[in-house]
Design a protein around this ligand. Structure first.
Ligand code: ATP
Length: 230
């Protein structure tokens, strides 16, 4: 049971205040991390993963910054973007290399291929993969360390309706297992069907955090809280 805690998290890129004094706690279960384009979602997730250095504040996982975790891949799995795979390698090769680099058991490769339903395409080169198949491979990579926390940026990207339904089930199962699953998304309908709670940001600041079932209507509330028209 691992909480993710953002405390006064702030990032400025020169004059651009991307994230401003963000404080919130994400607990086990599925949290939808929502906000309009440019609201600071990706920057926040990148700070959480130690890829961007905060201007101020901290992001911790189970009380430790990502950089201080002894075996980070066993604690946090991340899907930030699924375009970086070497096109000439097969899905299975990618996962084997990734497991090897992080000291994870090779036996995990078959398990995660099964988990994301990519077993049939595992020995094909990634250059022939659809966007949805790349997303599945990205998810498999995130799951390799059997992590307690999953940080997924737009995981539904490129999935067709059947793929979306499958992803919904996977995310709900991972949340029900007591993992802390954070999904950033623009697709409010998807989040409504998947998340237990939401964190809504606008212009880098926290606009709302709370259980989804306490919100009157996600889309109306989202637009009201982020300055769109309801
Ligand atoms: N490396 C960078 N250098 C300069 N500005 C940046 C950088 N990364 C992000 N920004 C700016 O920070 C702000 C927040 O961007 P971010 O990508 O975190 O938002 P987002 O909520 O993920 O948006 P989207 O939903 O469009 O992906 C934007 O104004 C963006 O232009």
């Amino acid at each position: 049971m691992t909480d993710v805690v953002l405390q006064g998290l702030t990032k400025r890129f020169g004059a651009v205040p991307a994230v401003r004094n963000l404080t919130c706690t994400m607990t086990p279960g599925v949290t939808g991390f929502l906000g309009p384009n440019g609201a600071g979602k990706t920057t926040t997730l990148r700070m959480l993963l130690g890829l961007v250095r905060p201007t101020a504040g901290t992001a911790t996982v189970g009380g430790r910054r990502y950089a201080d975790l002894p075996q980070p891949r066993r604690v946090v799995g991340a899907l930030l973007d699924s375009t970086g795979f070497h096109p000439g390698r097969t899905g299975r090769q990618h996962l084997r290399i990734s497991a090897d680099q992080s000291g994870l058991p090779a036996a995990r490769v078959a398990t995660v291929l099964d988990q994301v339903d990519l077993g049939g395409a595992a020995d094909r080169r990634v250059r022939g993969y659809s966007l949805g198949m790349r997303q599945r491979l990205g998810l498999a990579t995130a799951l390799l360390g059997d992590p307690e926390v999953l940080v997924l940026d737009e995981p539904a990207n490129g999935l067709d309706p059947a793929g979306m339904a499958w992803l919904r089930g996977l995310l709900r199962d991972l949340g029900a297992e007591g993992r802390t699953v954070i999904i950033s998304s623009h697709v409010l309908a998807e989040v409504r069907q998947t998340a237990d709670r939401v964190v809504i940001v606008g212009e880098g600041t926290l606009r709302h955090t709370g259980p989804l079932d306490e919100m009157a209507g996600l889309e109306e509330e989202f637009l009201r809280l982020t300055g769109g028209v309801a």
